[in-house]
Design a binder for this molecule. Structure first.
Ligand SMILES: Cc1cc2nc3c(=O)[nH]c(=O)nc-3n(C[C@H](O)[C@H](O)[C@H](O)COP(=O)(O)O)c2cc1C
Length: 382
């Protein structure tokens, strides 16, 4: 059997502190540190604790060449090799475990840089509910947080004495002022509110749509959008969850940026659509009634085609999403609607619901908008 190691593999040293009461009473140091290695591989959904023997085995197998299993069995023991094959950290050329090999190959073809690949893979959520996160739910207000943590770093920094500052003239009024000043993150949507079709159409086209298609090489096109994009590649796809948009059946859609059309993926009954909205935004009830939600889902390979194994590529895609989000907010504000963006999303569940590939596609954030209820149940900065 031929074997090699998966392509992106990093080991993290984890400390687990244990409290030993018996030692405490004997007057000795009562805390004991148990240090372990944890393997993080970009093609796996979960981390894998590894023993010293497994670590030694993994260190001796390269990621490029397929090698015979037999000498590894002799040097490290059959059980150790079996365990690593089963965990997916070692890959078999064929036979059982070929599934891992397929996923590992998708990682290789994507041209991910190892650390961002792992940062992305291991910051994804499934089934998370922010309300049940004790780190946040223990605080009801910002005042409670200040009391627990002390004040945050100040809201500004001063790098010169006041007398040395060069005062600037007041800003002149401009055509963007209207939406810029009206923009805010809405957290109180009208559960019966409807987004007019004309508003949804303008929002989607002016945020995610192509304003122009340019041939940049033979058979190769670039899209010109209202937001900038690293490498001009626009890797972020917009998937729409319609709850209440005039003339559109509730459900999941993919927005086609060139034809300016919605591609239906799945029709949903209104309660199902709301349940998905709530699950997508990890239980943030204050966003779940937005009638129109958009999932921003990059096709990594579109960017990494140019920025192969590049240290800045992942950051650039995150910034693409930020630009799109602000454009979305401004267009919503122009239409008199509050909007939101959240990065607290269940990426794994969203990918499953939308039929996205867990390795080739990503999920960065969800934004949405809709008419305000007029009540202030959840805080907004207006
Ligand atoms: C990247 C990003 C992630 C955010 N995630 C959340 C979130 O998970 N939940 C939420 O209620 N607001 C979220 N917000 C909205 C901010 O809380 C909001 O922008 C901030 O409170 C300032 O309010 P304003 O947008 O009305 O000026 C997010 C904003 C950004 C830019």
């Amino acid at each position: 059997m031929l074997i090699r190691r998966c392509a992106i593999l990093v080991f993290e040293a984890r400390e687990h502190l244990e409290f030993d009461l018996a030692t405490l009473f004997s007057g000795e140091q009562a805390l004991a540190a148990d240090c372990r290695w944890v393997a993080l591989a970009a093609h796996l959904d979960a981390e894998v604790p590894v023993s010293d023997a497994e670590l030694a085995l993994l260190r001796s197998v390269g990621e490029s060449l397929w090698v015979e299993r037999e000498p590894l069995d002799r040097a490290h023991g059959q059980d150790t090799v079996d365990a690593m094959l089963q965990a997916g950290l070692l890959l078999a050329f064929d036979g059982a475990g070929a599934g891992w090999r397929e996923r590992d190959e998708a990682v290789r073809e994507s041209h991910w840089r190892p650390l961002p690949a792992l940062a992305h893979a291991f910051s994804r959520w499934s089934g998370q509910d922010v309300a049940s996160d004790p780190r946040l739910s223990q605080f009801k207000t910002i005042r409670d947080m200040v009391q627990a943590f002390g004040p945050p770093p100040p809201e500004t920094v001063e790098r010169a004495l006041a007398a040395a500052r060069v005062a600037l003239p007041p800003p002149e009024a401009g055509p963007l002022d209207g939406p810029l000043m009206a923009r805010y993150t809405g957290r109180n949507y009208d559960p019966a509110g409807v987004v007019p079709l004309a508003v949804a159409s303008r929002l989607l086209q002016r945020t995610f749509g192509a304003q122009q298609v340019r041939e940049i090489a033979e058979g190769t096109a670039a899209l010109k959008k209202t937001s900038p994009s690293g490498g001009s590649l626009h890797p972020i796809e917009a998937y729409v969850l319609v709850q209440r948009v005039e003339g559109l059946a509730p459900g999941f859609y993919h927005y086609h940026p060139v034809t300016h059309a919605l591609e239906p993926l799945q029709a949903l009954a209104p309660p199902e659509a709301r349940a998905h909205a709530l699950a997508f935004v990890a239980g943030q009830e204050w966003f779940a009634d937005a009638p129109l939600l958009v999932v921003m889902a990059p096709r990594w390979r579109r960017n990494f085609w140019k920025y192969r194994n590049h240290a800045k590529a992942h950051r650039a895609i995150m910034m693409d999403a930020g630009h799109l989000s602000q454009t979305f907010y401004l267009l919503a504000a122009e239409a008199g609607l509050p909007a939101f963006i959240t990065a607290a999303v269940n990426e794994i569940d969203i990918a499953a619901a939308l039929g996205l590939d867990p390795i080739r596609d990503g999920v960065i954030a969800v934004c949405g908008c809709g008419p305000a209820s007029g009540e202030q149940v959840t805080v907004e900065y207006r």
